[in-house]
Design a protein around this ligand. Structure first.
Ligand code: ADP
Ligand code: MG
Length: 419
């Protein structure tokens, strides 16, 4: 089935064609018709498989083809997301997909001036993409009216239902209780406990869609683990980056402090990087994200704030410099590569202290992650001969993870540079 065969407005169809979206992905194919019919939907599909357009296309189409005037009705669709970067990104996707329609969308998040946001809302917005904090600030200030929402969407729904956000969601549902409305949950991971909570927030006949339930990691990502000493991680990262110049790489670390520390260690050996974490001012966070999205190469060192949902084009490698504390975040982190039609590679550095975390991740994946064996001589990365014949080998060769020439010399510790 092609998008051209869908019963959606020509303005949207032609635009999809222009954007190179010919065929729907699995999740789009399965969820768009149900959403168009007004059903509640609980959808789980791997990272990078086009979940955003799966909910954006039918929502834009409905608002575009409806007769009612925007100004008198207020916000018609609310998309709740866990991070500011994700709000901004989904806002961009809506803008892009709705370019030739009359649908207006806006991304609302904290860390920036409120006044301009309030002004924007007063001009009339159909689709609001928001983080809960700023959303409720404005609701309490009566700068925002949620009463007329037809569609409530939770992206990264398991995260949104986790911890503090459930009460916010319940209060929105309370506002909408008398209104016929639709609730859509999208995520790449969902554990049984959160699933129960999700069911409690949708109609009993909600449509449940799960793509590849047995393998939460996208099939476009090949992923490995390397057993290393904690203190050696920085040398491996240095080596890895020097062996893969002109590549876009994201390295995930455990804490904000560590992100800065690793960036400094990389700078000492001549590797430039940018960092992204919650301690940074929002304007800087946006700047880093925008420029990394546009760049063709480089290293981003990030905490889990960038693990979910972020769609950065052409990220070739994800390095788990530290293993994530929450097993689900492994799936999200490695899912920053291998998006859309691209292939990607993820490597995790696992120290003895992190073995338990690795066990938990493998428990979640229900399989062992392939191990890259390390020859201590010169820290060259050699592949375990037992995986030599696996199709992974070809990808590794293509990806140039292995040094072309094996170095005999031991890599020297980086010299201090006055930078
Ligand atoms: P997810 O939310 O499932 O992780 P995204 O919605 O961020 O994934 O989409 C991942 C990438 O796939 C984006 O860059 C998007 O432009 C691209 N994409 C989505 N749908 C299609 C499609 N039908 N055809 C081609 N590319 C698509
Ligand atoms: Mg997404």
């Amino acid at each position: 089935m092609k998008f051209s065969q869908y019963d959606i407005s020509a303005e949207i169809k032609n635009n999809l064609q222009r954007l190179g979206f010919k065929k729907p992905t699995d999740i789009q194919y399965k969820s768009i018709p149900s959403i168009m019919q007004g059903e509640d939907v609980l959808a789980v599909a791997q990272t990078g498989t086009g979940k955003t357009a799966a909910f954006a296309i039918p929502v834009i189409d409905r608002i575009h083809s409806s007769k009612s005037s925007r100004r008198s009705n207020g916000i018609k669709c609310l998309v709740l997301v866990p991070t500011r970067e994700l709000a901004a990104q989904i806002g961009e996707v809506f803008n892009k997909l709705a370019k030739y329609t009359r649908v207006k969308s806006f991304a609302l998040f904290g860390g920036v001036e409120q006044d301009a946001q309030i002004q924007k809302l007063q001009n009339g917005i159909d689709v609001l993409i928001a983080t809960p904090g700023r959303l409720f600030d404005l609701v309490h200030q009566k700068a925002l009216e949620l009463r007329n929402i037809d569609t409530l969407i939770l992206d990264e729904a398991d995260r949104m239902l986790d911890l503090g956000f459930i009460d916010d969601i319940k209060s929105i549902k309370q506002i909408l209780r008398r209104r016929r409305h639709q609730t859509l949950f999208f995520s790449a991971t969902i554990n049984p406990e959160i699933k129960k909570l999700a069911y409690s927030q949708v109609k009993s006949n909600a449509v449940r869609i799960q793509i590849s339930p047995n393998d939460p990691v996208s099939k476009n990502v090949v992923h490995f683990v390397m057993f290393v000493e904690m203190d050696d991680k920085r040398f491996f990262l240095e080596r890895f980056i020097k062996e893969n110049p002109q590549r876009k790489i994201i390295a995930f670390v455990r804490t904000r402090v560590r992100a800065e520390r690793v960036a400094k260690a990389m700078a000492r050996c001549g590797i430039e990087s940018v960092t992204l974490h919650g301690d940074k001012e929002q304007s800087l966070r946006s700047e880093v994200m925008q420029s990394f999205k546009k760049s063709e190469e480089g290293l981003l060192i990030a905490t889990d704030v960038s693990a979910r949902g972020i769609d950065i084009p052409d990220v070739r490698f994800v390095v788990n410099y530290d293993l994530p504390e929450v097993a689900e975040n492994y799936v999200h982190r490695v899912g920053r590569t291998g998006r859309g039609l691209n292939k990607g590679i993820a490597i995790s550095f696992c120290s003895a202290e992190e073995r338990q975390r690795l066990e938990e991740i493998q428990g979640l994946l229900d399989k062992n992650i392939e191990v890259i064996k390390i020859s201590k001589k010169g820290y060259s990365l050699t592949i375990d001969p037992t995986v030599e014949t696996s199709p992974l080998q070809k990808l590794i060769d293509e990806a140039e993870i292995l040094p072309r020439k094996k170095t005999k010399k031991k890599i020297k510790k980086p010299k201090k540079k006055g930078k």
